[in-house]
Design a binder for this molecule. Structure first.
Ligand SMILES: [Zn+2]
Length: 167
């Protein structure tokens, strides 16, 4: 799913002025209901790309390399859930499985606690972050879930973070 940040589309754009009023922006974002948003695992803000950046050859990891990493991460997950009926990937985990498969480390745990308090995350959003950080670790072929994976997973809850409400 994609959406503009506001009616005119420039609320989050640093190079152009947004012409909407705060009330218009609030009403615009309120159209996406909380329960619906809660079911979307990853939120990502996509800023406007300048032509120079689009035309640049130096675009980092290629699609092919990313594909290889995704396939490898799916294989790790298939192995993880061997013998578990109907479970093939991290997204299939229920709350109780997260305890088993997503081992905690204390630094990451502190970060997560802070984020939950500050953002007022729902139980569902909390579970999603736990699963997503496991997936980020799998994509990096890392058995342990490092604190930086936790912050990355939190980054993907940008709508909970209230970026568009100007909080
Ligand atoms: Zn606007």
């Amino acid at each position: 799913m994609t959406t503009q940040p506001c009616l005119c589309g420039y609320f989050t754009d640093p190079s152009k002025e947004c012409t909407c009023t705060p009330l218009q922006i609030q009403k615009y974002m309120a159209k996406i209901s909380g329960p619906l948003l809660d079911r979307i695992d990853l939120h990502n803000e996509v800023p406007a790309v300048k032509y120079k950046e689009l035309a640049s050859k130096d675009s980092g990891e290629s699609s092919h390399q990313i594909r290889e990493r995704v396939i490898a991460a799916r294989e790790i997950q298939m192995k993880r859930f061997v013998g578990r009926k109907g479970m093939f990937c991290n997204a299939d985990m229920l709350s109780k499985d997260i305890q088993t498969y997503c081992k905690h480390d204390s630094a990451g745990e502190e970060l997560l606690k802070m984020a939950i308090t500050k953002l007022g995350l729902s139980a569902r959003a909390y579970d999603q972050i736990l699963k997503v950080r496991r997936t980020i670790a799998d994509l990096a072929n890392s058995e342990s879930i490092k604190p930086e994976y936790v912050s990355e997973a939190i980054q993907y809850r940008s709508l909970d973070r209230g970026l568009w409400e100007g909080k």
